[in-house]
Design a protein around this ligand. Sequence first.
Ligand SMILES: C[S@@+](CC[C@H](N)C(=O)[O-])C[C@H]1O[C@@H](n2cnc3c(N)ncnc32)[C@H](O)[C@@H]1O
Length: 251
Amino acid sequence: MIQTIAEDPFVDPRHELVGGDAARMGPWQRELLIRLGLDPQDMVLDLGCGTLRGGLHLIHFLDASRYTGVDPHPHLLAIGRELVTRAALDDREPTLVELATLDALGRTYDWVLTQSVLNHLDEDQIVATISRVSRVLGPNGRWVSTALFDPAAARVRLGEAHGHRPREFWWSRVNPVWFTGVMNAHGLMWHAVADAEHPRGMAVFVATWSVDAHPPLKLAADGTGSGASHHNRSAQPVSIHRVAPFGVPSR
Ligand SMILES: C[S@@+](CC[C@H](N)C(=O)[O-])C[C@H]1O[C@@H](n2cnc3c(N)ncnc32)[C@H](O)[C@@H]1O
């Protein structure tokens, strides 16, 4: 059967509910993660997955049971589930659940993606998101995210109320120094991906566990150091080219 563009789940018109332009914004998310080292066997959390505008591409790339998409809005998840079926991706067994259920899954992830999420949140929600990621990011995990940074913002400069999605805003901008402080307080550090070429000019960063996040070594009975918790992780270098201190968008 020939599938028309209108029927193609990857560019379904309902992706407009999460910003549209699915033909560009979807593949870009997959290609960015692949460029940063995504492997089909990695566990991926798409935090704020919406209608799976990017999620469908990730589910297609990943092995079965490796993708988790969470979102606060059940109606967006319902569209995503329907599109998974239409894309003949049910056998990849993605997990699609509401945001409030994330901790209960008890999983950790090699990659967390928040694409076009932070720029819709207020200060409390951004702090809550950083805390949430810190609870689920695996020992060598990477958090890849877009953001809008503004050194002139006090902490978070709220955009206008979103209108369609309650408690969300348009173009919230974050002070990078404040953001770094909150990240560090959660044991995370971040680097801008200067050549990410986000289709809408947003900054892109990768966060990893900070080397400083290691708790003091606990001495075992034989006097050797022993790992006490998941914080005692071996920090892997992030192989990203051309990192810049802050990802200030070009517009
Ligand atoms: C612009 S859409 C982006 C959706 C998806 N990441 C994409 O790129 O297609 C923003 C998404 O963030 C979700 N969201 C809102 N508040 C959130 C929060 N506190 N944590 C995670 N996601 C949230 C919204 O429901 C919406 O689906």
